[in-house]
Design a protein around this ligand. Sequence first.
Ligand SMILES: [Zn+2]
Length: 130
Amino acid sequence: MENNFIGLKKILLKRRAKLMSALKKRKYEKRDIRHGDDMDQAESAYEQEMSYIFGGRESEEIKAINEALDRIDKGTYGICENCDEMIGMKRLEAMPFVKYCVNCQEDIERKKEIETVLTSSWDEDNNGGS
Ligand SMILES: [Zn+2]
């Protein structure tokens, strides 16, 4: 069983290295942008915003990968954090950093949607009422 996870661990490490180098590369690019003083201000602000958005997503993924590697070391990898059922190998191969089985993931996403709807209508009520 553990042999299966060695392959996934390699994939996770490779993916993390790729994300890290992408983040580093973007930092250098950002420095270059700041260097040129002819650069239109609006454009460089846009660039910064974009790198912030993508950087954020990559950091999130790195975090998820670190957690997955941690679980491999602890021996809890491949077990759903919500219901303690085994996550299918096919699912792990497709998304090695998942924490939940398909059923729980769907549940969580459904709840998130409800939460988003609730908070957005809450905001509307708060902003509109005066
Ligand atoms: Zn589950």
